[in-house]
Write a protein that binds this ligand. Structure first.
Ligand code: SAM
Length: 285
C-alpha cells in the first residue's frame, strides 16, 4: 500500500517526509500525533535533506536519532548511508517503522525513553546525533548528550527557535544562561537554519531552528565538572541578583566567593566560561 507513494529521489523506497504520505500513514495505522510526546512529524523533504547535509554524514557512520516518529528523518539518514540507531518512546510507532523503513538494513530501533537509556552502552564508538527533538524535554536531552562524556562528535537538532538562541547565546545577553554555558563548554554551536511550522504535521505554534553543535573537549581544565555545573546553575537560579547573593542563597561560602578573583557584584550573565571555571575552582578549594 505504501508503495503507491512518491519514491525517494535516489531509491525505490516511498518518501515519508511528505504531507500526503504522512497523512496516509497516520490514517492507515489509525494514529494521531500525540501532543504530550511532542509529536510534530516532518513533512518537508527539503528540510530532511538540509538536516542530513548539516550532519555531514559519510556512508557507514553511526548516527543516533532521538524520537524516530514514523521515520521521516530516519529515512533521510539511512539514504545517506548512515547506520542509524533510533530511540522511540511511543509504543505504537515500532509497528509503523517496521513498515515505513522496511528494506533498510542499517537501521536499529530501541524502544524506550531516551532519558532512561544508558547511551554510553548503546553508542560505545564515535557517533553523531541527528534529531527533531520532542520539545517538552529538549534541554534534558541536550544536557544528557553533552554532560556524560559520550563519544559524540556532532549534534544536529531541531529545537524551538527560542531554545536555539539560548543554546548559542554569548555572555552579557539576557538569554545567556546555564544551557548556553553547558553547550559552549563542550561544543561550538551555530544556528544552521530556521524551519517554519508548515514543514510539520501537525504544525507547531512556533518557529523552529536546526542547531549544529560540533562537540569538543572543554577549552580549559575544569577541576570537577559536576561541581562546575552546580555553581553555574546556582549562579543563574536568581539571574537578576549579584553573584554574591545568588551563590550565598544556594549555600556557597561567602568568603570563598569574595576571594575567588571574580567580581562578586557582577551577575551570572556577565561571566565567560573561563570566569565560571575560575569561580568554581575557587569555591571547590
Ligand atoms: N523524527 C520524527 C520526525 O522528524 O518527523 C519525529 C519527531 S517528533 C518532534 C519527536 C519524537 O520523539 C516523537 O516521535 C515522540 O514520540 C518521540 N519521543 C518523545 N519523548 C521521547 C522520549 N522520552 N524518548 C524517546 N523518544 C521520545
Amino acid at each position: 500500500m505504501l508503495n503507491e507513494l512518491v519514491p525517494c529521489p535516489l531509491s525505490l523506497h516511498p518518501l515519508i517526509a511528505d504531507p500526503s504520505a504522512t497523512k496516509h500513514i497516520l490514517r492507515r495505522f489509525k494514529l494521531r500525533a500525540v501532543k504530550g510526546l511532542g509529536q510534530n512529524f516532518l513533512i518537508d523533504a527539503q528540510i530532511v535533506r538540509r538536516i542530513v547535509e548539516a550532519a555531514e554524514i559519510s556512508p557507514g557512520e553511526d548516527v543516533l536519532e532521538i524520537g524516530a516518529g514514523i521515520g521521516s528523518l530516519t529515512q533521510g539518514l539511512l539514504e545517506a548511508g548512515a547506520n542509524v540507531t533510533a530511540i522511540e518512546l511511543d509504543k505504537k510507532l515500532p509497528a509503523v517503522l517496521k513498515e515505513t523503513l522496511a528494506g533498510y538494513e542499517n537501521f536499529r530501533l530501541i524502544e524506550g525513553d531516551v532519558l532512561k537509556i544508558n547511551l554510553s552502552e548503546l553508542m560505545p564508538k564515535a557517533f553523531k546525533v541527528a534529531a527533531n527533538l520532542p520539545y517538552y524535554i529538549t534541554t534534558q536531552i541536550l544536557l544528557a548528550l553533552l554532560e556524560k562524556n559520550l563519544p559524540v562528535t556532532k549534534i544536529v537538532t531541531m529545537v524551538q527557535r527560542e531554545v536555539a538562541e539560548r543554546m548559542t547565546a554569548v555572555p552579557n545577553s539576557k538569554i545567556y544562561g546555564a544551557l548556553s554555558v553547558a553547550v559552549r563548554l563542550r561544543s561550538q554551536p551555530r544556528i544552521a537554519f530556521d524551519v517554519e511550522p508548515k514543514s510539520f504535521l501537525p504544525p507547531p505554534e512556533i518557529t523552529s531552528s536546526v542547531v549544529v553543535c560540533d562537540v569538543r573537549k572543554p577549552p580549559f581544565e575544569i577541576v570537577d565538572e559536576e561541581f562546575f555545573t552546580k555553581v553555574v546553575r546556582a549562579a543563574f537560579a536568581q539571574r537578576r541578583k549579584t553573584l554574591l547573593n545568588s551563590l550565598t542563597a544556594s549555600g556557597f561560602n561567602r568568603e570563598k566567593i569574595l576571594t575567588s578573583g571574580i567580581d562578586s557584584s557582577l551577575r551570572a550573565e556577565n561571566l565567560s566560561l573561563e570566569d565560571f571555571a575560575k569561580l568554581s575552582a575557587a569555591l571547590k578549594s
